[in-house]
Design a protein around this ligand. Sequence first.
Ligand code: XBP
Length: 253
Amino acid sequence: MTQLKALIFDVDGTLAETEKNGHRIAFNRAFKEAGLQWEWDENLYGKLLKVAGGKERIKYYLQQYLEEFSLPQPLGEFISKLHALKTKHYKEILANDTIPLRLGIKRLLEEAKNHKIRLAIATTAALPNAIALLEYSLAKDAPSWFEIIAAGDIVVNKKPAPDIYQYLLEKMNLSPRECLVFEDTNHGLIAATKANLKTVVTVNNYTKDQDFSQAVLVVNHLGENHQPFTVIKGDGKGKNYFDLELAKELLNS
Ligand code: XBP
C-alpha cells in the first residue's frame, strides 16, 4: 500500500477559472496600454491556450496570427516588457474583482493541511500571478500553505514537458507514487503523466473536449456534499465530493 504524502496543484483553470476573465483581460489591457491594436476575444483565447505560458503565448500569437506585423527587435525584450505589463494588470484584476476558487478546492486544501499532507504548486504561469491568486482568492497566508510553489521560468521547458513536476519531486524528495496531481488541461496531464504522477482532472469550458484518457479520474469539479461532482471518466468510488480518502484510494488503485 502506497502512502499519500503530497498533493500537487496546477493553478489556472484548476484552483480557479482565471483564464477567460483574468489572464485574457489582463493581456488585452496590456496590449492597449502598449498602444497595440490587438484584442484576444474568448474564442481566439481558447485557441491560444494550447500554448502554455504568457510570454510563449504572445510569441505564438505574433508568429501564427500577425504575419504582417514587423517584429520588434530584440523580440525577447519586447515580449518580456509586454508580459510584465500584463502581470501588473492581472494582479490588479485579482485585487479588485477576486476570482473565486473552484468548488471543493478550499475544503480539500484545508483537509490536507490538517492531516499534514504536503502541498505544492506546479504552474506555467509567472510566480507573482500564482501568489496573487492564492492571497486574494484563498487566504492572505495561503502561499505559506505550500511547501514549494514551482512557477513560470523556474524550468526551461514548460508543460507539456514534465520538467516542472520532476523539479518538484526532486526538491521535495518524493517518489511519484506518493503524490497525486490536480490538473485541468491535456498539456498539464501530459506533463504529470510523463513524470509518472497519477493525475485527477477537473475539466472546464476551455478544456472539456480534450483527451484525458491518461487521468485516474476526470470530474467536472471537486464537488461538495451538497453539490456532488459528476464523474466523466474513472471511478469516483461512490463519493459525492473529492476528499483525502478518495485521493488515497485512487493512489492505490
Ligand atoms: C496557465 C498558463 C499561463 C496563464 C498565463 O498555466 O498557461 O500561461 O495563462 O500566465 P497553468 P502567465 O495551467 O500551468 O497554471 O502570463 O503568468 O504566464
